[in-house]
Structures are given as C-alpha cells and as structure tokens.
Design a protein around this ligand. Sequence first.
Ligand code: ADP
Ligand code: MG
Length: 481
Amino acid sequence: MQAAVYETVIGLEVHAQLLTKTKLFCADETNFGAEPNTHISPVTLGYPGTLPVLNKQAVRLAVKMGLACHSEIENWNYFARKNYFYPDLPKGYQISQHTTPICKGGYVNIPGNEGNKPILLNRIHLEEDAGKSIHDQDDDFTSLDFNRAGVPLIELVTEPCLNSADEAVAFLTNFRRLLRYLEICDGNMEQGSLRCDANVSIRKAGETALGTKVEIKNLNSIRNVKRAIEFEVSRMQELADKNETIVQQTRSFDAVTGTTFSMRSKEEANDYRYFPDPDLPPFEVTTELLKSIEASIPALPEELISRYMEKYNLSRYDAEVITDDKETAAYFEALIQYTPFYKAAANWLLGPVKSHLNDRSISIAAFQLKPAVLASLIALVEEGRVHFSTASSRLFPQLVSGAATDPLQLAVSLNLIQTGDETQILEWVKQAMEKMPDKVLEYKKGKKGLLGLFVGEVKKLSQGKADPQLTNQLLIQKLEK
Ligand code: ADP
Ligand code: MG
C-alpha cells in the first residue's frame, strides 16, 4: 500500500502586550519585572465599586496594527465580559471584545513559492491580560502576582491557512517585526510580552474539509513554535497511518524533550457567557482618529525592501537584513543621505559595522560613528584612494573610537592613501619578485595562479597603498618578461 500524503493546516493565536505606560482600564504601571503585587490598584484587583476607564493609547495601538495588516477597522466598539474562574483573574471575568473585534480581516505577507503568500487574519481584538500564577515558589502553595492583570493586549487570530512549521515561523517573524517597527509591542517572547498558541491539523492531500485540530499552548520562542508544530504533525501522521482517531485536545510543549503532551481534551466549547460590559460605554473610532493614526505609520519593511532593491539595487538578502530591525534601517537611510554608493553602504553596514557591534554586543542604536563620517570613509574606498581592507582594519576603528573624525586627514596622516605612481609601484614589484625567485620561476613555467601571491606581497610591502589594478598590470608585465 502506498503511504498517504498529508497536508498540514495551521492557525495561530497570538497575544501581544501593548507598549502603553499604564493598564487598559486604570493608571497602574505596566513595566515588566517589578516587585510582585506592586502595581495593583483596587481596579486591577476588581474591588466592588471600582470603575474601569479606557486607555486611549491602547486603542490607538490596536488600530495602528490593524492598518498595518490591511484590516477593516470597526468604528463602533464595545467591550464584553468573558466569564470564567481562574485564581489569577481577580474579577472572575476578563474584559475582552466579542462580536465586533476592533480589526476585522486583513493579512500579513510571507515569502511564498511564487512571490508573496498573504496569511489571512480573522481578527485582531483588544483585551486585558490576566495575572500570573507561580507554582515553583512554594512547596505547598501557588503564588499569585497581579501586576500583569489588566495589562492591555491585542489578540490576533489567523485563518487556518498556514501549511507548514516554516510558514508559521515566517509569519511570526514578520508579525513581530511589524510590532517592533510600529512600537506596539517589544516582541519579547521569553518575557511573555508576545505569546503564541498554535492550532494544528492534518488532512489527506486534496481534501477540503478541515481535520480535527489540536491546540498547542505555552510556546515561548519562535524556535519552539517550529519544534512543537513539527512534532505534532508527525505524531498526527503516525496516528492517521495507523487509522487511529486524532482527538481534539489542548496540548502543551515540553521544550526539554521536544514533545507535546495532552493537558485536556475539549469535548465541547466553553461557555463564557459573554455580555457587553455595563461599566464601559461603547467607544467610537472616528474618521479623524483613524486619519491621525494612519499618518503616524512609518515606512514598513515590505515597502523598504522593494525600495532598496529597485532604487538602490541591493539584493533581496541585503535588503532583508538591513530592514530586519528599525534601527538598522534608520541608520542605512541616514547613511545614504550622504553617499551615492548604495551597494557599498550596505556592504559596510552588514560587514565592518555589524561585526563591530557583534564584538561588543551592542545594538546599532548605541553606535557612535556619524553616518556622514562613515560616508566619507566609503567615498575614500570607492574613489580608489584607500584599499577596503586598510580602511576597515585601520581607519574604521579609529573613527569609531572617536580618536579621529576626518577619514581623509586620518588616511593622509597614517600615510595610507593609495598611490598610482608607476615608478613607486615598480619598486615594490621588484622587491616582491626578488623575495621569491623560486616562485618567479614556477610562474614562468606556467603556474599563473601564483599571481595572487605576488599581488599579496606588493600589498604587504606597500601597506595597502599600491593601486591594485596598476599592481596587477605591472606584475604581469614583469613576470611574463
Ligand atoms: P476555537 O473556537 O476552538 O477557539 P476558532 O475557530 O476560534 O476555534 O479558531 C481558533 C484558531 O484555530 C484559529 O487560528 C483558526 O484558524 C484555527 N483553526 C480552526 N480550525 C482549525 C483546524 N481544523 N486546523 C488548524 N487550525 C484551525
Ligand atoms: Mg480561540
């Protein structure tokens, strides 16, 4: 019997903590890592008689994300109570949105086989976070920290239209990049400000009905999203091959073993008894507000990538690396204000600048070298006055450290300006040949590959100052004689 061919279907539910100073319905602070239970006003703790007041900045951020994802923005919104009991949910309900999410539909592109593949969104809605239950603090008790209770979240739900673990990774990568570009969320999965649940099912290739899904919770890195989906898909395929039923379940991922295990089987849908929160009046997203949010959206990675490729002739790879984070893209933008050598600017940024930052484990935001100064250094190289390796190994470090500020002056003072002086270069050529008479013989016998060795020697003798083209010419002349 031929083995069945399966198709994987994935839908993601992603929670992102919004970068507001205060909570969704009160003035408690939201910063991560504060002493437990220090940001817990009576509103957060759900004391009787307290009233929630909506944080407008959270609304702006949710709308901003929706616009960046091409969603339709709901003008009339209300909050609903989602009722369930949980120790870290002080009110006994979570304030969320129900029938009218603030953003409907939309998509986020990922690279597909032919061009982009749009990953369709079902919705993005606003809701408050719960507190945190801590189980490993005490042998006998569960500890509760309510600092996180009431922190604003957006929850994004995709349609079941991702077809592999790699697509899920690409989606999350692009989604997180958008969050960071727009300063909506810091995207830190380890600290829990970005959290992902993956819904996974398989079906025989060609079938259109969806298979039974399993929801995997507790995925705290993009790598673990990939590992969990891959494990789950192979588990499901084995079951299907043996004609066993796949049970609808909520599963958890164990990052140590790389496996998933069942937390609970979902027999029927939870009844959350949603109803509109009577303490919160409906709120309107006016055309005026929409316009002002729209105007605050900067150029996003996709747009930047095509601009860099079309206008500046960069490769897709270079354009993607440069736009990977907003700060690098901003530095590149500043740099090309000062130089027409776009490709060289990209190479410098991804070469010497990047390794400098990596060596010191600092981000480009902390990089001291002014774009205008780097641009003059690039010009020295591109105009053939200083060799690239000399510029990057000798000039660049001094400029970065602030020991010098003018690349040209520095190159002159260190005597590193390339020379096209033929007599001078001939002298170095002669010295190089005298140093390796046996190699000269081998060359003359036909081992032309040795040319590079002589070029290297002249470079060394001249401390990188000999014009490379002229060096080549003169070397060939002398060696072939
Ligand atoms: P639930 O009511 O169980 O929360 P939803 O219909 O709200 O289910 O969908 C939740 C998520 O699960 C969405 O991201 C959706 O795309 C995804 N999903 C739904 N059905 C499937 C399926 N059969 N296989 C994979 N993902 C699915
Ligand atoms: Mg759900």
